[in-house]
Ligand binder design. Structure first.
Ligand code: FE2
Length: 436
C-alpha cells in the first residue's frame, strides 16, 4: 500500500492505484475500467448547497451492498451513544481522570473504546461523544463502519494505521485524523511503546462536519493552514480472506460476515474524504502585548451548528508557543462559560495546572461550572518575572461543545476518576484587605 498523501482541505481530489482505473469525464460509465463497480458515497443530502455538498465516487472490486449479509447484534458495552439514558450517583462538579491502563487481555481499537461523555442526540444529527481508547491488538480481519458520526482521532500513546476505503493514514501522538461518517476503516497499531499498546482520544461528531474556522481579521494565513491537511491516495486490498464488518448505527452495534476485504476501492474521486494533520504545523496567534485571549484563538477545526459562531464542537489545541504578554496573568483566567470543555493532554504539562493533569488523562469543566488555575499555578504566575518564555514539550487540547456533556456511568464509577480534583483550588485564600 502506498503512503503518499495529497495536500489541501475541502478539495475535490482524485486518485487511482492502477493506471486508467478512474473513469474520466463521467462518474458512471456503462462499464468501468478493470471491471470495477462504481459507487457513490454521499456525506450530505443531494441538494445541500455547494459549500457543504460532499460526496465521493468509489470504483471498487465489489459493491459494498455485496458486503451486507444478514446482520446480527454485536455488543460493545463501554461505547455509548447520546442520549444514553444512563444515570449515576456522582454529584455535579469539576471532574478529572487519570489515564486508563493498556489492557492485558487481547483488545483491538473497537473493543478498547470507553465513552467518557456524550451529549445531544445522534439520531437528530446533533451533539457529540468523547472517548478514550486503550488497545494492544490490530483489528485483523474486522472492518468498522460508523453511520452515527464523523470521528476525530487524537493519539496520545503509540500510533495508529487507519486503513480507510480511500487509502491509508498513519498517525502518531501529535497528529490527528478525521474519518467521514459511514466510511469503512480497519485500524492497526504502529510504533513501539513500552507495553506494546496504544491509547488516545476520539471525538464522535454527530452533527455537521468539521471544517476550518474563519480567521476574521487574522487574514489569509496562520492557525491551521489548508495545505497541511493530508488526504491519502487510493490503496486497495484484493483479499478473499473472510472478514467481519461491524456497523454502528443509531447507537447500536451490528455485525455481518464477508467473504473478502471491503477495503477494495481501486480508484476514487470526490470531496468526501478522510484526512490527517500534524498539530506541529498549527501556527498560533496570541497576545503580543498584554492580556490572555479567549481559547478560541487556538481552534484547529470547528463543527458548526445552525447558529453562527456556536459550535457543536470546537477542537482546540494548546501547542508549544512563546508567552510574552507584559503586566499579565499569563495562564487562563478563572472563568465560567456556556460551552462545556472536555480537555485532554497529549504530552507535557498544561500551564493552568501544576500537577494532577497527566498525559492520557482528562478533565471536564461543564457548562457554567467555575474553573481555572490551581493554587500552585496561580501563585507562580502571579509572582514570576514576566520575561518571554517558550512553552515547550506541551500539547493539550479540548473537545468543546455548545451542549453540556453528560458523564457515562462507566466514567463516573471508574477508579481513575480523581476524588480530590476540586482540592486543587483550596488554599486560594482571601487576599483582599480593603487597602490598595
Ligand atoms: Fe475553560
Amino acid at each position: 500500500m502506498s503512503n503518499k498523501m495529497m495536500p489541501g482541505f475541502g478539495n475535490d481530489f482524485e486518485s487511482e492505484s492502477l493506471p486508467g482505473a478512474l473513469p474520466q469525464g463521467r462518474n458512471s460509465p456503462q462499464q468501468c475500467p478493470y471491471g470495477l463497480y462504481a459507487e457513490q458515497l454521499s456525506g450530505s443530502p443531494f441538494t445541500a448547497p455547494r459549500a457543504t455538498n460532499e460526496r465521493s465516487w468509489l470504483y471498487r472490486i465489489r459493491p459494498s451492498v455485496r458486503h451486507s449479509g444478514r446482520f446480527a447484534k454485536a455488543d460493545f458495552p463501554l461505547w455509548k451513544t447520546a442520549p444514553t439514558g444512563e444515570t449515576h450517583d456522582v454529584p455535579l462538579g469539576q471532574y478529572r481522570w487519570n489515564p486508563f491502563d493498556i489492557p492485558v487481555e487481547k483488545t483491538n481499537f473497537i473493543d478498547g473504546m470507553r465513552t467518557i461523555t456524550s451529549t445531544g442526540d445522534c439520531t437528530q444529527h446533533s451533539g457529540m461523544a468523547t472517548h478514550i481508547y486503550v488497545c494492544n491488538h490490530d483489528m485483523d480481519a474486522s472492518v468498522f463502519l460508523n453511520a452515527d458520526a464523523e470521528m476525530l482521532f487524537v493519539p496520545q500513546l503509540g500510533g495508529l494505521i487507519l486503513h480507510t476505503e480511500l487509502g491509508q493514514m498513519t498517525i502518531t501522538p501529535g497528529h490527528i485524523a478525521v474519518l467521514p461518517r459511514g466510511m469503512m476503516v480497519k485500524i492497526q497499531l504502529c510504533g513501539n511503546t513500552s507495553n506494546g499498546g496504544a491509547r488516545g482520544y476520539v471525538c464522535e461528531n454527530y452533527g455537521a462536519k468539521f471544517t476550518l474556522p474563519d480567521r476574521g481579521p487574522i487574514g489569509a494565513n496562520c492557525l491551521a493552514n489548508p495545505r497541511d491537511f493530508k488526504t491519502p491516495v487510493a490503496a486497495y486490498d484484493d483479499s478473499d480472506e473472510p472478514h467481519e464488518l461491524i456497523v454502528k448505527w443509531c447507537g447500536g452495534f451490528h455485525k455481518t460476515s464477508l467473504g473478502h476485504s471491503p477495503l477494495d476501492v481501486v480508484a476514487w474521486h470526490g470531496n468526501y474524504v478522510p484526512y490527517c494533520y500534524d498539530l506541529s504545523t498549527f501556527s498560533p496567534v496570541g497576545a503580543l502585548s498584554f492580556d490572555h485571549p479567549d481559547p478560541s484563538i487556538f481552534t484547529v477545526l470547528t463543527a458548526p451548528s445552525e447558529t453562527a459562531g456556536t459550535a457543536n464542537i470546537d477542537f482546540v489545541i494548546f501547542p508549544e508557543r512563546w508567552s510574552v504578554a507584559e503586566d499579565t496573568f499569563r495562564p487562563p483566567w478563572y472563568h465560567r462559560n456556556i460551552m462545556s470543555e472536555f480537555m485532554g493532554l497529549i504530552k507535557g504539562t498544561y500551564d493552568a495546572k501544576q500537577e494532577g493533569f497527566i498525559p492520557g488523562g482528562v478533565s471536564l469543566h461543564n457548562m457554567m461550572l467555575p474553573h481555572g488555575p490551581d493554587l500552585d499555578a496561580f501563585e507562580k504566575a502571579s509572582t514570576s518575572a514576566l520575561k518571554p518564555v517558550k512553552m515547550t514539550d506541551t500539547m493539550a487540547f479540548m473537545f468543546e461543545s455548545r451542549f453540556p456533556q453528560h458523564v457515562t456511568r462507566f466514567a463516573a464509577e471508574t477508579s481513575t476518576l480523581q476524588d480530590d480534583y476540586i482540592d486543587c483550588w483550596q488554599g486560594l485564600e482571601k487576599k483582599f484587605t480593603g487597602k490598595k
